[in-house]
Design a binder for this molecule. Sequence first.
Ligand code: C2O
Ligand code: CU
Length: 481
Amino acid sequence: MSYQISSRFSRRSFLATSLAGFGAAAFGKPLRAEPQIRSFSLRPAPGQARLVPEPYPATPVWGFNGQVPGPELRVRQGDRLRIVVTNGLDEETTVHWHGLRLPNAMDGVPHLTQKPIAPGETFTYEFDAIDAGTFWYHPHQRSFEQVGRGLAGPLIIDESNPPRVDRDVTWLLDDWRLTRDAAIADDFGAAMDMSHAGRLGNTVTINGRVPDVFVVRQGERIRLRLINAANARIFALDFGDLSARIIALDGQPITPHAAPDGVVVLGPAMRADIMLDCPADPGTTLQIVDRAYRDNEFNLLDVVFDETPLRATPPEWEIALPANPLIEPDLNAARRHEILFTGGMMGAMVERQMGPSQSGSMMGGMMGGVVGGGMWFVNGVAAEGHMLDPFLTLERDASHILQMTNATAFDHPIHLHGHSFRVISRDGVPTEFREWQDTVLIAPREQVEIALVADNPGDWMFHCHILEHQAAGMMGVIRVA
Ligand code: C2O
Ligand code: CU
């Protein structure tokens, strides 16, 4: 079976073929008899980046290949990536390929799927690009500091037959806590960040620069790939009079639809592919405004319409993406598992409101002042050190529903490695789009159900992608066997 052929089928006939053979083909054998090998090398190391324009000085950062963000790795669906990572830091590292469904040994989790890469040493990652879409890469060792200092980059997998656009643009969004002389504040792991909303910064960049203007032309259609690489900042981008239609979330195609109220919400690690139509007259200036934090809305950038129009009205080209080879979970046969998140400051209060039977952990709210692990709990356990024992085992190739309850006072973007899952309900109400995601943002006191076929064997990380929460215990291992 080849996804190139199947993606042209209707979804129904496609699912029949994928159920028959995909699971075995995906993670063991290559998708193509002779996949095209695409080689890259990445070297994480200290360097400098000009995040903020003159007269501010350049910022000392950690970057891949001397760049912040790291180079865009771009291949075609079905290609085989071979990425040689040489550690130029003076501490251990790994690279995780966020959102990709790949063999467990290539997942880049220190101590769980590989030995960490020591300073000066090299590790070669090799895997096939099964799904087309917008993904990213980042270290998984002390990520709250390594990612926070700049180690992150886009990984784009092109469809064989992408929808037609005038421009395909990637925006890696990041958030930095800078001092007055544009240095990165050295307070990684501060207890206040760990126990509250994570390390929120004071400087937002797009592709490693404080954005200024984005020049477009009337009638232009842009595929805008948004990646939230921030440690903790949630983005809620209001595209205003630009027509923003969402065509993929976390790399996976979704029924194209207008962004609700024109706003695209991205928790840390999440991605969205937007079809942006630019309807205004030449010379117009529009704004993209971030509305994620009510007391701190800000203009992300000005969208300036060039004097030369491209066309009078937006094109009528098809915008839907071809399906990726995901297996549909069977909700009637699915096993149910409950996962409860507790802890953080103000956690005790929320737990009292929800009642002890739902709170699971009486300690959850009491640990707010402790530095290090032990502030956040997954089913009553705060991970410390190298967590290797799974807290949940999912039977391989069976369908599963994870019912996740956020009994804390904070938002949590919850990420499962090695799989994409459907978000099927929020607070008991079925979701409209049943979106496939790898990271789902769960609001305070919200309950979210996700469903998946556990088709990728191995021990997989499951954690909050607010990296301070992860470091302070909000992670665990899910085994697929
Ligand atoms: Cu983006 Cu466990 O990672
Ligand atoms: Cu969290």
